[in-house]
Ligand binder design. Structure first.
Ligand code: ZN
Length: 132
């Protein structure tokens, strides 16, 4: 069965323009330096509430992965089965995302990945990854 969310987005020109401007940022605690991506009001390490937004490397390593078959929301019924990977970002936290342009057997723990920006609407961009 085809893994729809494992396919690269087809970028019309508007998406390409948006992708050029997109960048991955992480929230970094000013007290202890812990980085996160949740946009939380408190640091998960020291509970400080003082943050900066810093650029993420945009690369990482596959820490774990699954193939999701369950349809949790009707709007995603045409997207399963799809891969879901837990990415250890270089210099940052873990991030859950899809791997695009890869067959299931290629999505192995330890493989290197890089971020891509999937502009699913003019206002919403999803971070996905591809193998390097
Ligand atoms: Zn902290």
């Amino acid at each position: 069965m085809e893994e729809r969310c494992g396919s690269a987005p087809t970028p019309p020109s508007a998406r390409e323009d948006h992708a050029i401007c997109a960048r991955a940022l992480l929230q970094q605690c000013r007290e202890c330096g812990t980085k996160g991506h949740q946009g939380s009001g408190f640091c998960p390490n020291c509970l400080a509430a003082d943050f900066d937004w810093v650029p993420a490397a945009g690369t990482g390593t596959i820490y774990s992965r699954i193939v999701m078959h369950q349809v949790y929301w009707p709007s995603f019924k045409n997207d399963v089965p799809c891969n879901v990977a837990w990415i250890q970002l270089d210099g940052g936290p873990h991030l859950t995302a899809n791997i695009v342009d890869a067959k299931k057997a290629e999505i192995e723990i330890g493989r290197r990945v890089e971020v891509i920006f999937d502009a699913v609407t003019p206002d919403v961009t999803i971070l996905r990854f591809r193998l390097t």
